[in-house]
Design a binder for this molecule. Sequence first.
Ligand SMILES: Cc1cc2nc3c(=O)[nH]c(=O)nc-3n(C[C@H](O)[C@H](O)[C@H](O)COP(=O)(O)OP(=O)(O)OC[C@H]3O[C@@H](n4cnc5c(N)ncnc54)[C@H](O)[C@@H]3O)c2cc1C
Length: 518
Amino acid sequence: MTGTRITPGLDGVPAEVDVVVVGLGITGAGVALDAVTRGLTVLAVDAHDLAFGTSRWSSKLVHGGLRYLAQGQLAIAHESAVERGILMDVTAPHLVRPLPMLTPVDASMTRGRTALTWAGLRAGDALRRTARTTTGTLPRPRRLNATEALGLVPSLRADTLRGGLLAWDGQLEDDARLVVTLARTAAAYGAEVRTRARVTSATGTRVELRDELTGQAYAVRARAVVNATGVWAGDLDDDVRLRPSRGTHLVLRGATLPQTRVAVMVPIPGTTARFAMVLPQPDGTIYVGLTDEPVTGPVPDVPVPSEAEIAFLLEVVGSAFATPPTRDDVVGAFAGLRPLLEVAGADTTADLSRRHAILTSRTGVTTVVGGKLTTYRRMAQDTLDALALDGARPCRTASLALLGAAPADVLRRSAAPARLVRRFGTDADLVLATAREVTGLTDDELLAPVSDAVPVTLAELVFAITHEGAHDVDDLLERRTRVGLVPADRAVAEPVARRALELVRACSTTPSVLRTTT
Ligand SMILES: Cc1cc2nc3c(=O)[nH]c(=O)nc-3n(C[C@H](O)[C@H](O)[C@H](O)COP(=O)(O)OP(=O)(O)OC[C@H]3O[C@@H](n4cnc5c(N)ncnc54)[C@H](O)[C@@H]3O)c2cc1C
């Protein structure tokens, strides 16, 4: 591995590479890692920043494919369960944890719906077994009585509660963190990873780019160009047409639904198998999601939730809790756009089209679109297989651990600060060593949480700048950390983010931690 890092802008970019990857959401970051670990030279760029698009607005779940199973799509469901297992056991066990998910059996759950839900959870468990994920990683589903259900979520409405159904899925520490870790891993293997680098036009063998910091234009030749720009894919390739749909989540403080340590699935009235989710987060907040609203018109840089979506989510989940959350409890809300594909004049890889699509257009650009965060690795493998570039080695990402990855028992024994271990795995020590060397500050200052409600530390903000390509306050607060999901917390954290930027800029010499490998 080299010491290559993620850099804003295009200064010194190579004139020719094997593969240019456009877009650094989960899809592009995954393609960059797959390509570079096959021995290809790679330039991967994003117009804004790592995880700028849909990849930071997800539910942060690593799904086992239950929904596909309900639609009778067995192969896709199996693939999703296999990829979940790879993420949890091999590639990112430091960033994905088992999440218990409780479906309360209360007045809203008829006997029929309860039986159907239980059958679905049992089928999901069969998927887990066929994917060879052990019960050590994801325990079997269980039926609970009302006392047990209340023990897990004391804020549930007790008067109508008859019991609960408990199942397990994967939960990400943070979706943007997975993207950043993937990009850093790709860079460590030698990929050129550039942010603030917009592709303005592309063919299968050439891209024109603009450095968004300087305005300067560049051209890079390549043997293949991969369009991984998600909902913006049609801007780069006229053959790709998308119809986005918006999914919204609310952010609540943990104290709004006290001691909610497991996710709660609340049936959506009038549906037979749809649920709203109450998702406790590792940082102490709780997300409530998810809507599905068709969107028309130009694709915005940052989608905005509507008041109607917020009211809908509050009403659905409110029915399950003794003290329903109100509009005043909503301290943040975020929305992401799902790309729904329409294809014209392109060659679709037919057997892939229902899970993710790989299209080679008339211009020769290869677009990879759709799928899930969960299946990013398989999408990347299929893309590079479809390109079939001379000299490319077989895919090796199914057994390749991302930077910082280690089994949970190893991480539990780490002496490094718990928050850093949770977000950086075995790299927690590197984060702290970097911050010490760059700033000369004490550990007390580097590891102090920004406030009681904001667990972010100066150490991780410094590391985001030195090792993760963070360029400004937005990068630090919206994507390297997720403070920005709660505007009031962002205001408190801004001075600390600015201080981190000043401290790194004031450090004139290259610290030894930056001269060694990543
Ligand atoms: C609300 C919601 C919830 C979801 N929840 C889950 C979940 O819990 N689990 C799961 O597995 N999946 C989930 N998904 C699906 C998953 O989030 C998406 O499939 C995935 O994030 C798409 O990633 P992407 O990299 O393809 O696109 P994006 O993340 O949108 O990345 C595209 C990137 O391309 C860049 N770009 C655009 N144009 C250019 C250009 N011209 N030059 C350079 N760069 C450019 C953008 O800046 C952006 O960073 C969810 C999706 C939504 C909408």
